[in-house]
Design a protein around this ligand. Structure first.
Ligand SMILES: [Zn+2]
Length: 163
């Protein structure tokens, strides 16, 4: 899991039943270096489950288009060339990874399972605006809100909540 703000990895803070994650660059040598928030683990799990509920299996299997101009191009800069070759290899991998992803999604769990998430998610990025971006095996991306909903008064009519 990574910080969308500074790109650093998130660190897990275990706290008996109240596991939290925080950007590892939050404090460096006692200096505040990243302002991203402390995220409760169950919020990430809930966001993942909402994303899972919204997956469009047709959409997620649509291969991203490669820029046809870029394919013909040969970069003189070795770094640009390496990046270009990498981008092609990623697309080559797409069908294989999509197959794996769709197979895994055939038995998606009804409640959160860490193993399942690790199987289909390559990377999670958390932004300071409380959105989590989930990158699937095949590099497709879906975002979900990590918004905390205030506890509803049980005697009140439930209000509609957005996903
Ligand atoms: Zn950060």
């Amino acid at each position: 899991m990574f910080c969308a703000d500074c790109g650093s990895e998130f660190r897990r803070y275990a706290d008996k039943g109240n596991e939290r994650w925080k950007c590892s660059r939050y404090l460096v040598k006692n200096r505040l270096t990243c302002k991203s928030a402390m995220i409760k683990e169950d919020l990430i799990e809930a966001a993942f489950m909402r994303v899972l509920g919204k997956i469009d299996l047709d959409e997620i299997a649509v291969k991203p288009k490669l820029d046809t101009v870029a394919i013909k191009q040969n970069f003189s800069d070795p770094f640009e060339q390496a990046e270009y070759l990498y981008s092609i290899s990623k697309v080559d991998d797409f069908d294989y990874m999509t197959d794996k992803l769709l197979t895994a999604l055939k038995d998606k769990p009804t409640s959160f399972e860490g193993d399942f998430m690790r199987r289909i998610i390559k990377c999670i990025k958390v932004a300071t605006d409380n959105t989590a971006t989930f990158e699937f095996l095949n590099s497709k991306i879906m975002s979900g809100s990590l918004q905390v909903y205030t506890q509803m008064n049980p005697y009140q009519q439930p209000t509609t909540r957005s996903v």
